[in-house]
Design a protein around this ligand. Structure first.
Ligand code: C2E
Ligand code: CA
Ligand code: CA
Length: 535
């Protein structure tokens, strides 16, 4: 009998499930569709409860993530994979590299990577037999943490695969900054049938990944048609039901014995010139990917001072908030939306794209006009790349993000900050921002000026305690505040004698949470008691 467990039931039985092996690992082969050989496998978590039956990762992984249990679960999976690899090595079964999934909460956890490395050493598994998949969406929480995770994984020698590429947060820039070793493109993000959409052109993710020279694995491949298509555009690595569902350890050992193996090869040659045939083929998979995988994207040409749209996808129209038909939009002059200043910014970016042959980015404001809402200004971040030349004509590919809200908020903050600056001087107030995940503290200009603090303090509050800003008898309480904020406490305040001269201040802290209710940042302030509280 199968019955879905509630969140509470899942969390209550989690420990027992780990201890009793109700949580276990299945393996799904990754194949080279051109040779029929196995290139590796992915470890996927399974949970079979004795009373409720099979539970599915799409249901329980989010619950484990929200409760913070996911790290323990992922470490367990990693250890099981090491145990399995050891068994293969010891009993002469030919091993292949196995990837494990690293949740974005593992990325945020300080020592996760050191912990898996410890486990690897315990089982003495060659690091090339263990790959790590990080999901593209980890980058949403900020590139720095993901980058640091990637660097540490690379330092230990792990191959890193970018999972779910194309699910939303895609930009060549993200990929270029994160030097992953393999990209996993999920076929299930493609809506509609291959060749079904009547688009016209294309440059595609697969093509982009060729620029980056990174091998691609297509996952979720269910049919021969899909696999053949992927192969035809130079992507032969596939994972999916076509070859095998995720199977139990014993079944996987069988497959290891039956199937030939081969290592993941180098990526195909970097594509230097545009493939004109594919570019215009409405049936090509690249056309489909253009319409489905990337965010707002456009292809346009430049000749003798004129820009002309060749193709835009629907997300592009949406990002720009254009209430026009595609045809109206394609017929419009791309430069007409800019004023002189922004036009210059944009044209300079195109020039840089031509000069460097690399992806460049720029931020421009442009006017939009809709029949219903009148005119408005929006800010667009564009990532632009030169993809082809034909005689005097240059062809560019651009991915856009509408960052108007972000920009406006920033301007608002900036305005507030100058107001606060003036206010702080009068109110005798010090303020700072504390990042809960990284323990970084950024002080206000007054803290820097009066207390001699640097613009960024690591491992806060230790440096401030060391500097004697807080009295020793308050230090532990203050540390405790920071611990509790990380656990979700919302507010703290106390009167504290601060600085070596022990002047009484009213110290307050307020925590900010993300949309899932996880604590992100805390804002601290210290107001001079005499000045402020007596009026
Ligand atoms: P994912 O990492 O993208 O894993 C691939 C998912 O696609 C797996 O689902 C797999 O069974 C399924 N799949 C493979 N081939 C096909 C196919 O041809 N067609 C279709 N429709 N599906 C296919 P699963 O095992 O249910 O896992 C779902 C998600 O749960 C995973 O997506 C991953 O995000 C998460 N997950 C699974 N195991 C773990 C784990 O150990 N740790 C963490 N943090 N997350 C995990
Ligand atoms: Ca995965
Ligand atoms: Ca995936």
């Amino acid at each position: 009998m199968e019955k879905r467990m509630t969140e509470q039931e899942l969390l209550e039985s989690f420990d027992t499930a780990l201890e009793n092996g109700y949580i276990f690992v299945c393996y799904q082969p990754k194949m080279n569709h051109s040779t029929g050989r196995m290139i590796g496998a992915e470890a996927l978590m399974r949970w079979k409860d004795p009373d409720y039956g099979m539970q599915y990762p799409s249901d329980f992984v989010p619950v484990l993530e929200n409760s913070g249990c996911i790290c323990a679960a992922d470490l367990y999976v990693f250890e099981q994979v090491c145990r399995f690899q050891r068994k293969c090595l010891d009993s002469g079964i030919r091993a292949v590299p196995i990837s494990t999934n690293m949740s974005r909460y593992d990325v945020f956890r300080e020592n996760y990577i050191e912990e898996i490395e410890e486990i690897r050493k315990q089982y003495d598994i060659p690091v090339n037999l263990l790959h790590v998949e990080i999901t593209e969406s980890s980058a949403i929480g900020g590139m720095e943490l993901v980058k640091s995770a990637l660097d540490r994984l690379h330092k230990f020698g792990y191959m890193v695969e970018m999972d779910d590429f194309g699910s939303g947060y895609s930009s060549l820039n993200v990929l270029k900054d994160l030097e992953v070793d393999v990209i996993k493109l999920d076929m299930r993000f493609l809506s509609g049938n291959i060749g079904g959409r009547g688009g016209t052109i294309i440059s595609s993710i697969v093509r982009m990944t060729k620029w980056l020279n990174t091998p691609v694995i297509a996952e979720g491949v269910e049919t021969v048609t899909q696999a053949d298509y992927m192969k035809s555009i130079g992507c032969s690595y596939v994972q999916g039901y076509l070859y095998s569902k995720p199977v139990t350890e014993d079944e996987f050992i069988q497959k290891l014995g039956v199937l030939e193996h081969e290592p993941v090869g180098k990526a195909m040659d970097i594509v230097k010139n545009m493939d004109v045939g594919r570019f215009w083929d409405p049936q090509s998979l690249e056309t489909l990917i253009f319409n489905n995988f990337v965010g707002g994207a456009a292809i346009f040409s430049y000749q003798a001072g004129n820009l002309e749209f060749i193709r835009v996808n629907s997300k592009y129209m949406k990002a720009l908030g254009m209430n026009m038909t595609e045809k109206e939009f394609l017929d419009s002059d791309p430069l007409a939306y800019f004023d002189e200043e922004n036009k210059k910014i944009y044209m300079d970016a195109l020039q840089r794209a031509i000069d460097t042959n690399e992806e460049v980015s720029c931020e421009t404001w442009r006017g939009v006009c809709s029949k219903t809402c009148g005119s408005d200004k929006i800010c667009i971040r564009s990532f632009i790349r030169l993809i082809g030349r034909a005689d005097e004509q240059l062809v560019f590919y651009a991915v856009v993000q509408n960052i108007t809200t972000e920009k406006k908020r920033f301007d608002e903050l900036f305005k507030n900050e100058s107001r606060y600056r003036a206010g702080f001087e009068h109110a005798n107030m010090y303020a700072w921002e504390y990042d809960i995940a990284t323990k970084q503290m950024r002080p206000c200009f007054r803290c820097m000026r009066d207390l001699g603090l640097p613009p960024l303090l690591e491992n806060y509050p230790e440096p401030a305690i060391e500097m004697g800003i807080f009295p020793p008898e308050f230090a532990d309480t203050y540390r405790e505040w920071h611990r509790k904020m990380a656990e979700g406490a919302e507010h703290f305040e106390a009167i504290v004698p601060l600085t070596p001269s022990r002047i009484p201040f009213h110290v307050r802290y307020t925590t900010e949470f993300d949309e899932n209710g996880r604590p992100l940042k805390a804002y601290g302030s210290a107001t001079l008691v005499v000045d402020n509280e007596n009026n």
